[in-house]
Ligand binder design. Structure first.
Ligand SMILES: [Zn+2]
Length: 288
């Protein structure tokens, strides 16, 4: 799984990718996400980047460091865990971490400490000392549901990445969401009123990867509707049958054209609000 699969094709993902490409992964990273599975997966991926021994793209996923990291058995990736039956990581655990982080890594070029459980204020203050003067080749990854639980002093010494729980996590999820939205849009196109169409298009938000997928699917629906218009089978799903029934061949052809243009605009990084308005107007025009 790549970082993009975990946190979506977002601005945050691009920021992390950029740091990674420059080999400038910060020594302390805070990953904020309401989705703890997402945060843990992202932490694992960042840890992998730190230990990977490839001279090319990291993580390579193939070197022994990557393989061990993937299996959660890398000796240089430490997960700071709550000991005893406590509610949060205490100062004791952080002290252990601090004395450990001056010891050279076992196998990789750097050591990574992942702290996923809440820390007490004392623990955070203890950690702060090491964040102010971190030993070389040591990285800290802190995950949290909300960065409000992290002391400001710790935040100021770290790089915060806010991963959104709403963000689409995998290719399958993206495909599923795109299918739902494309069907919704295909259903409102024959109504020939602007508001429902604009409202459905607004659900794309600023997610260009999602928009691209949605337009791909609309193109497919319209192509099938065109075929259905020539040789009706009556076997297509309702949204396609309705497109074929209500729209003339000419309108369907121009709808295909407009959708292809929308995809091109997306590839050129256009403004999403403008694209939605433009698409809506073009669809109305294609009806005449
Ligand atoms: Zn590797």
């Amino acid at each position: 799984m790549s970082l993009k699969d975990i946190i979506g094709d977002s601005e945050v993902c691009r920021q992390i990718e950029a740091l990674k490409d420059n080999r400038r992964l910060p020594h302390a990273v805070i990953l904020e996400s309401r989705d703890t599975t997402q945060a843990n997966a992202a932490a694992k991926e960042l840890a992998k980047i730190s230990v990977c021994s490839s001279s090319g793209k990291r993580p390579c996923g193939k070197c022994l460091n990557c393989v061990k990291a993937e299996e959660d058995i890398h000796p240089d990736i430490y997960k700071v865990k709550i000991t005893d039956k406590k509610q949060a990581v205490g100062v004791g655990e952080i002290r252990n971490l601090i004395s450990d982080c001056y010891i050279k890594p076992n196998e990789a070029a750097s050591k990574v400490y992942i702290i996923s459980d809440k820390m007490t204020a004392e623990a955070q203050n203890a950690l702060l000392k090491i964040l102010e003067e971190p030993p070389q080749n040591v990285r800290f990854i802190i995950t949290c549901e909300s960065s409000t639980t992290v002391l400001k002093t710790v935040l100021s010494r770290s790089t915060l990445f806010k991963l959104s729980a709403e963000q689409i996590k995998s290719a399958d999820e993206l495909d599923k969401k795109a299918e739902e939205l494309a069907v919704e849009i295909a259903n409102v196109i024959p109504q020939n009123t602007e508001m429902p169409l604009l409202s459905s298009l607004s659900k794309l938000g600023k997610d260009k990867a999602l928009a691209q997928k949605v337009f791909e699917k609309i193109s497919l629906f319209v192509s099938i509707a065109l075929e259905e218009k020539f040789i009706p089978t009556g076997k297509q799903p309702p949204h396609i049958r309705e497109l074929a029934r209500v729209l003339r061949k000419k309108s369907l052809v121009s709808l295909l054209d407009v959708t292809a243009q929308a995809q091109k605009m997306l590839a050129q990084n256009c403004n999403m609000n403008l694209l939605a308005t433009w698409y809506c107007a073009k669809i109305r025009q294609s009806r005449h």
